[in-house]
Write a protein that binds this ligand. Structure first.
Ligand code: ARG
Length: 448
């Protein structure tokens, strides 16, 4: 009896993140992160690199297919390896500590915060745009708005997981509606005979391997976020069912909407108009919605806010899991004792994202994503090798070298701090005091 009492007490004392993400939240965590700024801006660039409407549509469809392959592979990985953490945990369990560390190091310090910062900056651009008709808003204002967005996301995500997923659901519903409106607009235009863009649809298509690769990047940015659910496997209700099901609903849904929206852009504008538009969705709004065109800026702001929320939610998890495995300072592996959220990891991600906002602008941030370390089955692997090499061979840029240098700098951090564990003596003291300040404690793994 005493033994069972002790066991019970231990059970009460173990702190865990709860399993709070059901199918609907899972679908919106994927779709709601994927649909961000991309579909409202990148079609112009895909067209620019592909040269023709048909070429563009093929790229958008191919991106969807590629992402579907990748996501199904991930769904399978997620049902075998039941821990949260996405590619980090898969690398760790399959290839060991060092490659996993490099993945966590680059993701936690650079890739995830850059992604949060990039999406928040595009949120800010569109949120302030209606107040500056006909001119571009001051950069300071844009950056302050982006910072406010990040702080707001931090508060929401630290307070309570349910709150964060509810925000996710509402915003995803809103943006699905927006894409549907644009798609329907397109169908109406086509029925009314606006089919000029589709006559000679293949004319001027690019055949170069380099440009096609770059077009893929532009398209893939809009699909980025497809792997989000694998970061939170331990928080899913019935993960072995929810994970594959959510993937099979979300990705075809997003792909078909993206294709319809692209068709709608081409129905409203000629390729030449599209190429000179600056922000495709806004030009579409001006042509089709007339005096209601401001709705589009609002829609993009809603869409990007939701996407930033999903990115932040999952980005915080990667940091939390890496810390739990000893690859980041202990404090980041702790959870708030009442809110059951990984608040230190979230606050850290938020701080890094805020730092990224200071020098960053949206397009330079998107270009970082040419180097995400990724593990995937054959097709995805071949595609990835091609996608990494094509831009380097086509247009070598000094930034690529910096990125490699940054990944390699992980070696210098890994051996002393992680492998030999020689960190400064005061670190445990700092951890303890941070624990008291943030009311957090070590949290246990949640696998059954
Ligand atoms: N696909 C989103 C967009 O079009 C970007 C998502 C970035 N977040 C992420 N978790 N990868 O804006």
């Amino acid at each position: 009896e005493r033994e069972s009492g002790r066991r019970k007490r231990r059970k009460i004392l173990t702190l865990r993140l709860k399993r709070e993400v059901g199918l609907i939240s899972a679908v919106s965590l994927i779709a709601g992160t994927m649909i961000g700024s991309g579909i409202f801006m990148s079609p112009e660039w895909v067209l620019y690199y592909m040269g023709s409407p048909a070429g563009s549509l093929i790229i958008w469809a191919a991106c969807g297919l590629l992402v579907m392959f990748a996501a199904l592979s991930y769904a399978e990985l997620g049902t075998i390896i039941k821990e949260s953490g996405g590619e980090y945990i898969y690398l760790l369990r399959n290839f060991g500590s060092f490659p996993a560390f490099l993945c966590a190091y680059t993701s936690v310090i650079m890739v995830r915060p850059a992604s949060v910062a990039g999406v928040s900056l595009s949120f800010a651009e569109y949120a302030v745009a209606p107040f500056y008709p006909g001119c571009s808003p001051p950069q300071v204002l844009v950056k302050c708005t982006a910072a406010t967005c990040i702080l707001l996301l931090t508060i929401i995500n630290c307070l309570n997981v349910k709150l964060a997923t509810s925000v996710m659901n509402v915003f995803t519903a809103a943006k699905l509606l927006v894409l549907l409106v644009i798609a329907t607009g397109g169908i109406v235009l086509l029925i009314n005979g606006q089919t000029q863009s589709f006559q000679n649809a293949f004319q001027n298509t690019t055949a170069g391997i380099g440009p096609v690769g770059v077009a893929f990047y532009q398209g893939l940015w809009s699909y980025d976020g497809w792997n989000n659910l694998n970061y939170v496997t331990e928080e899913l209700k019935k993960p072995e069912v929810t994970l594959p099901r959510a993937v099979m609903i979300a990705i075809p849904l997003v792909t078909s909407l993206y294709l319809l929206v692209n068709v709608s852009y081409f129905a409203a504008m000629t390729p030449a108009e599209l190429l000179s538009s600056g922000a495709v969705a806004v030009s579409w709004g001006n042509k089709v919605l007339g005096s209601w065109a401001w709705l589009i800026s609002l829609a993009v702001a809603i869409s990007t806010f939701g996407s930033a929320n999903g990115t932040f939610f999952s980005g915080g998890r990667m940091c939390y899991i890496a810390a739990r495995e000893g690859h980041m300072p202990d404090i980041l592996s702790m959870a708030h004792v009442q809110c059951f959220t990984p608040s230190p990891a979230l606050i850290f991600t938020s701080a890094m994202s805020l730092l990224m906002i200071i020098p960053g602008n949206f397009s330079s941030i998107v270009n970082f994503f040419r180097y995400v370390p990724i593990f995937m089955p054959i097709i995805m692997l071949i595609a990835s090798v091609y996608l990494v090499l094509a831009p380097i061979i086509d247009q070598p840029q000094i930034e690529f070298f910096y990125v490699i240098l940054f990944i390699l700098s992980g070696v210098i951090v890994y051996f002393p701090l992680v492998h030999f564990k020689c960190y400064p003596r005061f670190l445990p003291w700092v951890t303890l005091h941070l624990q008291l300040l943030l009311e957090v404690a070590p949290a246990a793994k949640n696998v059954n």
